[in-house]
Design a protein. Structure first.
Length: 224
């Protein structure tokens, strides 16, 4: 049986500056923008679900549960193919990826934030009400500042998962980190090697970020 002979000598060339760097920058940009946008939208969705008003609760619940029930790659493809059909022109793979990821991640951040809000004692909520705060003021000034402190490690963990998921934009042709590796592999005729290196890069980045989150959790536990 023939064994595959791996050859990584091509890595000595400048493939990182030519192919990989561009993809890494886009993947990081997508992660940051999707995390920020998802956190903002997810906060409002969580507040809607906890508002006690059915006309706010139901739309938010349908959105969150619907998004969480559909694979991300399907959402990416549907949006990329459906929007041009509706508006009559393409919005591009990159912009489509940004919008899709924000909309999708908002559902997951919403559940994290909702759990964080519910972890705050009722006494804190009642104290804000006693001061005459409205629901939105109570959330903004009393509940959310405390809740976010508890949620930071979980939010960062979800952001790591988000970074891993950015490789799915490959399905619509966006030039992300994985696409950069694949392009280099095809050009140099060493596809298997570049796939292995891509997996190693993702592993190193995610393990480094995970270790940072663990250190943060230790510091937060000491503060508490």
């Amino acid at each position: 049986m023939n064994m595959v002979a791996f050859d990584f000598s091509f890595m000595a060339s400048d493939i990182f500056s030519k192919f990989i760097w561009k993809g890494l920058v886009f993947s990081l940009q997508l992660t940051v923008v999707a995390a920020a946008g998802g956190l903002f939208l997810g906060t409002w969705l969580a507040m809607m679900r906890l508002s006690g008003k059915p006309w706010l609760e139901w739309p938010a619940a349908v959105y969150v549960n619907g998004m969480r029930s559909i694979p991300l790659v399907m959402v990416i493809l549907w949006f990329f193919l459906l929007i041009p059909f509706l508006i009559g022109k393409s919005i591009g793979a990159e912009l489509s990826a940004f919008i899709t990821f924000i909309a999708f991640e908002a559902a997951y951040f919403s559940e994290i934030i909702r759990a964080g809000i519910q972890s705050i004692s009722k006494g804190q909520v009642h104290a804000g009400q006693a001061l005459g705060f409205t629901y939105s003021q109570n959330m903004r000034l009393v509940v959310l500042p405390q809740a976010f402190r508890h949620m930071i490690p979980v939010l960062l963990t979800q952001t790591i998962i988000l970074f891993q998921d950015t490789s799915l934009v490959y399905a619509i042709g966006a030039y992300d980190l994985f696409k950069g590796f694949e392009t280099a592999g095809k050009l140099y005729g060493r596809v298997e090697e570049t796939y292995l290196i891509a997996a190693l890069v993702y592993l190193i980045l995610c393990l480094t970020l995970s270790a940072s989150i663990r250190q943060l959790q230790k510091r937060l536990s000491i503060v508490h």
